[in-house]
Design a protein around this ligand. Structure first.
Ligand code: FCB
Length: 454
């Protein structure tokens, strides 16, 4: 089933190897030094929203330990580190008054990274919207495009002299689908009429921030999307149509407007009456030239038509005898090659970074000894990074790869129950312990891929 690993692998020179995290998931101290609360702070402090009542008040305590954490990154040989900025640390009310201490924190982090030879890749929005903006309608208010551009501009002007890689949004689909369609993520709405509006305003915010960047920035800016390739369960007309709808909803709803300037027509079938008619000027704003596409890949879906299933009229068929992660996601490395080739074909081979890829398997809460063995994660990384290499061999313009995640961390509605880290976190003592996947990844980086074949 899985392909053999070729005996000699080398990635392109200057391939950017990194790890990724996000602010709310690892920082802790969410209200420190004048920061304003986020929707995720509120959500996790609302009983019943997050598994086991967990919240990220402490999580990895990275806000206070960033200095030694960067030394740890250096010891792994990371060339780049992808993290996000908490909007509410910079602008506690979301717009207007700048909180100097918040911006200073990210400046110290960037400077520390550079002093250790690590290139920062900075995401401006990884889901923690200032609560004050949620009170003004959040992603349902069209003005959010301006609010976001105002915030982005402040950060660009402070850090663009040192940050080479910027990202506007992380995974807008998850915000619209989890936050506004199904209500399982912040802000917890369940409303089919809101979801397409939230999605559209996210994309307008992306466009407005890229525009702001062109006015003052000199480096690279992109958009990060999660792509889950969809495979039909059979060749029946019904399954093929269901697969097209699923692909339009999750994968094309974001990349099509950003790169092609239009929405897939299947969205009308998906949303029906709830799909608004958007003015052309909005699509013009959304389609700004970007420097790269960030692709987050975890799994695939095999799609079967199911007329009564809301909202897509389809279900995902579980591949019974395949390995699944603790989240229930199937392990399917070929899907990463297919995804990268799909982006290449459909969008004209843009430069791509795999901005997230990783796996959660059970690891114990406490570790004894210097290393935690995590063979399933090592296997996942080996096969997926090899799948990236395959796509490069087949002509895809892939510039870098970021493992999700550096640490075990606060996994959103799953709380601390799911561990994705290459570095184990003991949440009682906050001790960091390398897993064997961290050692493995470190060797892959040092050998520019050759260690995949060992
Ligand atoms: C992605 C998110 C990231 C993390 C991983 C497991 O959807 O971007 O924050 O939760 O999934």
């Amino acid at each position: 089933m899985t392909k053999p690993i070729p005996s000699h692998i080398q990635f392109p020179k200057d391939f950017l190897w990194g790890c990724a995290t996000s602010a709310y998931q690892i920082e802790g101290s969410p209200l420190a030094d004048g920061a304003g609360p986020s929707t995720w702070h509120r959500f996790s402090h609302t009983p019943g929203r997050v598994q086991d009542g967990d919240n990220a008040d402490i999580t990895c305590d990275h806000y206070r330990r960033y200095d030694s954490d960067v030394d740890l990154m250096r010891s792994l040989g990371l060339k780049s580190y992808r993290f996000s900025i908490a909007w509410g640390r910079v602008l506690p009310e979301g717009t207007g008054r700048v909180n100097a201490a918040g911006l200073d924190f990210y400046e110290r982090l960037v400077d520390k990274l550079l002093s250790r030879g690590i290139q920062p890749m900075v995401t401006l929005f990884h889901w923690d919207l200032p609560a004050a903006l949620d009170d003004r309608g959040g992603w349902l208010n069209r003005d959010i495009a301006h609010w976001f551009a105002e915030y982005a501009d402040i950060v660009f002007r402070r850090l663009d002299d040192r940050v080479q890689y910027w990202t506007t949004l992380n995974e807008p689909w998850v915000v619209a689908d989890g936050g506004y369609m199904h209500g399982i993520l912040a802000p917890g709405h369940r409303n089919v009429f809101e979801a397409p509006r939230a999605a559209h305003h996210l994309m307008m915010a992306h466009g407005a921030a890229v525009q702001a960047y062109r006015a003052s920035g000199r480096n690279k800016i992109g958009l990060v999307v999660n792509i889950e390739p969809k495979y039909p369960a059979s060749q029946s007309e019904a399954d093929l149509a269901a697969t097209r709808r699923a692909e339009a909803y999750m994968n094309r709803q974001y990349l099509d407007p950003a790169l092609l300037g239009s929405y897939p027509k299947e969205l009308l079938e998906v949303f029906g009456d709830a799909w608004p008619h958007w003015p052309d000027a909005d699509l013009k704003l959304i389609k700004q030239p970007i420097d790269y596409v960030g692709v987050n890949y975890y799994t695939r879906a095999v799609v079967r038509a199911e007329p009564n299933a809301w909202p897509l009229g389809s279900t995902t068929v579980k591949q019974k005898h395949h390995t699944h992660m603790e989240t229930g996601w199937e392990v399917f490395p070929q899907g990463l090659t297919d995804t990268l080739l799909w982006v290449k074909e459909k969008y004209g081979n843009p430069p791509v970074y795999i901005t997230e890829n990783g796996a959660c398997f059970f690891d114990p809460p406490q570790v004894e000894g210097p290393v935690l063995e995590d063979p399933l994660r090592v296997d996942y990384l080996r096969k997926h990074i090899t799948a990236v290499h395959d796509a490069i061999q087949r002509g895809a313009d892939i510039r870098g790869y970021f493992a999700w995640s550096l640490f075990d961390n606060f996994e959103w509605a799953f709380g601390f129950s799911k561990r994705f880290g290459l570095v184990h976190m003991n949440y009682e003592t906050l001790k960091r312990t390398l897993k064997s996947s961290a050692h493995f990844y470190s060797k892959v980086i040092a050998s520019n891929g050759a260690a995949l074949a060992e």
